[in-house]
Design a protein around this ligand. Structure first.
Ligand code: UT7
Length: 335
């Protein structure tokens, strides 16, 4: 009998502080009308003082564990998808392990906004190979700490947040085909130049705002429109499925225009496509599991449904996963 990985717990966390478009109007030369029309975003959340990626991830993780009905010491592996760990090292995963009282090995995976898909793949592989029975996969980012709030081209987009899933070994298919890709020739389209080994954070780097996100927005936009339908189709093929088998599409929440256009190209109807970008902004690695938790807690998804997760981001990176839903209803105590 084949060994599969199924999602048995879901949790998410958004920090309390809300940053609205009206507040951004007072910070940079922009308008609620421009932001809404070009992105669909109305507000986003910001991590509070003393709150970093590990804290967001840990809160999402604890909710996912509760939803799965599992104690922390039963988890065999923690994988955290993030590109904004609390420190260069130790990893966010080690900090989360400590906060949750996990006893397993823990590591980060960085594929920018695609990190959750990459982390999911790591968890699925560990289970399918028999090396792990239960894996906690978290997507968490605090990109507000890397956002230049004088750059209107980027500061309107990003928000902080985290989502998590528990994967468990199962006899029935759960996570099915996963396809991932990278193209490092696109490295300059979206980058944080300073803070790594190439450019330490010097006074000169800080003065030039090199510690913040730099993005060629229109190029990323075009890349996203092309890659979302392509990688979703590839993941469906890898699962011996077609678009007609898909009940739900959960794309990376970067921009409503990207979500709508990509869904149109795939021939998915509006009510099959999950979007929360209006009130989360782009939460990077948190976005897909946050949107999944929205769908899950709304009660619309039922056992046997098929979903596609699809992400893209800096690198360039991209990835999609097809998931057969094997859960029933949320564990209300976890909410
Ligand atoms: O996780 C992946 C992360 N990134 C993305 O997914 C980003 C993908 N790209 C986008 O979402 C869009 O490219 C943006 C929302 C960033 C920009 O929208 P756009 O329709 O591509 O606008 P644009 O960059 O072509 O700029 C159009 C105009 C420019 O003015 P001019 O040169 O036409 O006079 C910009 O300077 O809009 C201006 N502009 C703004 N105006 C008001 C750029 N940002 C703003 C702003 N408010 N916040």
């Amino acid at each position: 009998m084949s060994r599969h990985a199924a999602i048995t717990g879901i949790g998410s966390y958004l920090p309390e502080t809300v940053l609205t478009n009206a507040e951004l109007e007072r910070m940079v030369d922009t308008s609620d009308e421009w932001i809404t029309t070009r992105t669909g975003i109305k507000e986003r959340r910001l991590a509070g003082d003393g709150e970093a990626t590990s804290h967001l991830g840990a809160r999402a993780g604890v909710r996912a564990l509760k939803d799965a009905g599992l104690a922390a010491d039963t988890i065999d592996l923690l994988v955290v998808g993030t590109s904004s760990a609390d420190h260069v090292f130790p990893s966010a995963a080690c900090l989360i392990q400590d906060q949750l009282g996990l006893t397993c090995s823990a590591h980060d995976v960085n594929a920018a906004c695609t990190s959750f898909i990459y982390a999911l793949q790591t968890g699925v592989t560990a289970i399918e190979s028999g090396r792990a029975q239960r894996v906690l996969v978290i997507g968490a980012d605090t990109l507000s700490r890397f956002t230049d709030f004088t750059d209107r081209g980027t500061c309107i987009l990003f928000g902080d947040g985290a989502g998590a899933v528990v994967l468990e070994a199962s006899d029935e298919p759960g996570v099915m085909g996963i396809v991932m890709g990278s193209d490092g020739s696109g490295k300059d389209m979206l980058t944080i130049p300073a803070g790594g080994s190439a450019m330490p954070v010097t006074p000169e780097a800080l003065a030039a705002h090199e510690q913040f996100i730099k993005m060629v927005g229109t190029d990323v936009f075009k890349f996203a429109l092309k890659i979302i339908p392509a990688v979703t189709t590839q993941a469906l093929e890898a699962s011996d499925m077609t678009i007609d088998d898909l009940d739900w599409l959960i794309p990376h929440q970067a921009n409503q225009r990207i979500i709508t256009a990509a869904a149109d190209r795939l021939g998915m109807s509006e009510d099959q496509v999950i979007s929360n970008v209006e009130y989360t902004g782009n939460t990077s690695s948190g976005s897909i599991p946050l949107a999944l938790d929205d769908l899950y807690t709304s009660g619309r998804i039922t056992r046997g449904d098929t979903l596609a997760f699809v992400g893209f981001g800096a690198g360039l990176t991209w990835g999609a996963a097809i998931v057969r839903w094997t859960k029933t209803t949320p564990n209300k105590e976890a909410l």
